[in-house]
Design a protein around this ligand. Sequence first.
Ligand code: HEM
Length: 470
Amino acid sequence: MPFDLTRPLSWKTATGDADTMLQNLQANILKGHVREHLHILLLHFDKGPEDPAEARALLTGLVPLMKSAKTHLHEVRDFKQNGSKDESDTPPYVGVGLTKAGYERLNLSAEAFSDDAFKRGMRADETRANLKDPEIAQWEAGYQEEIHAIVLVGGDKPGSVVTTLREVEDLLTDSIRVLGRETGRGLHDAANRGIEHFGYVDGRSQPLFLTEDLEEEGSRNGGTSVWDPGQGLERVLVADPLAPNPATDFGSYFVLRKLEQNVRVFRQAEEDLADALNLEGSDRERAGAMLVGRFKDGTPLTLEATPGAHNPVMNDFNYNDDLAADKCPFQAHIRKTNPRGSGGFGVPLEKERRHLMARRGQTYGERSDGDLPESGVGLLFMAFNSDLVDQFEFTQHSWANNARFPDPHGEPNPGLDQVIGQGEGSRPPATWPRVWGEEEGQEVPAMAQAVTMKGGEYFFMPSLSFLRSL
Ligand code: HEM
């Protein structure tokens, strides 16, 4: 029986095609897999389509190291039933993706893929112009050449992750070159919540594709009555066009972007904004919260003027009591990237929600306590999409980089997303509420850009059945 892609899925009661889909789908797509320790390999297949045997052997050889979505969901249920959230005894996650050029090296046509962004790739002039990304010459070396495949190995325990990474490396042959390597490492605050390098709780707001996750969000994680994170499977899954059975074999488009964070510049921007608005005492923390949209501890600025979030932090909110943006500015990162129905363009919420994507990023780079690194640390931004143009590219291009979004009444011009906005030339000034909840705003010159894109690519993460069939 075909399953309904327009709704979230109950994996525990899944039967027939839905169950087969879960057995053939890679893990980490429908639900994030633990990846506190993460290694990424960016691969180049030196041999052309006339000789794809070694590249194909690598991909089939990886399958025994990989786990299906179904296996992963069972593992998570078992930890919970055993009263522990410790995933450390299970094998690490191994994920595999291919670029369009990668499919061609396997002597397969990528024409069956419909996504334009995937077909262009991130290095294409059109993509870079669209996203206002830096010249390729400024990207890190591993991203400058054509990438064919990505392999991710992630887990909770560094030892088992490295053991699995070695098993992956043992499958590489002379004609399969490692263009680049990335190492991700989770950062945490004192309450053990995952944070990013600017110090803010990250990864909290996600689209949820499983009814079991939605129920948990509703009953134990703070509710879903104001903000419904539920999304149909069609917002993340794509029928794998090259797999044996597209009715049950699914994959997902995957975006990777290495985003370097200049922590010193961001910290200075927080101070400068607090100074410009004459914020005093503990209210100075609100400056950074206005850049991100949440306080460091995750408290949404639209709900509270001061931090004090519980764990997990609140996500059942929208901006309906803040339509003038005098609590959380329009240009705050989380309001730009998810306006929760308060956006411009006159688009109904149901349509606006379609742009959201399953974020699976991880921080990279070592730093010592108290350090304010200017380079070498950042976010390996990763996300699964069913439509890269309408999800990731729309978010970066039409929301984050669009100084006029949202522009419900023509004025004011909110400015770029304060964390990830990119644009040529000078960044426009933005207006900020000096007092939380008071409409009168003050214009302040724009901060310097603190996040720099260092390279990236679009991949398709195929079904396990496709990989086995090679
Ligand atoms: C270095 C770069 C980035 C940093 C430091 C960063 C930081 C954060 C933080 C602290 C949050 C709040 C936690 C949460 O609500 O889950 C967040 C949320 C979010 N970010 Fe980012 N982010 C970065 C890059 C990106 C990129 C490239 C995109 C997409 C183009 C993006 C899209 C989002 C979205 C959609 C949310 C959730 C908003 C919501 O649903 O309320 N982020 N980010």
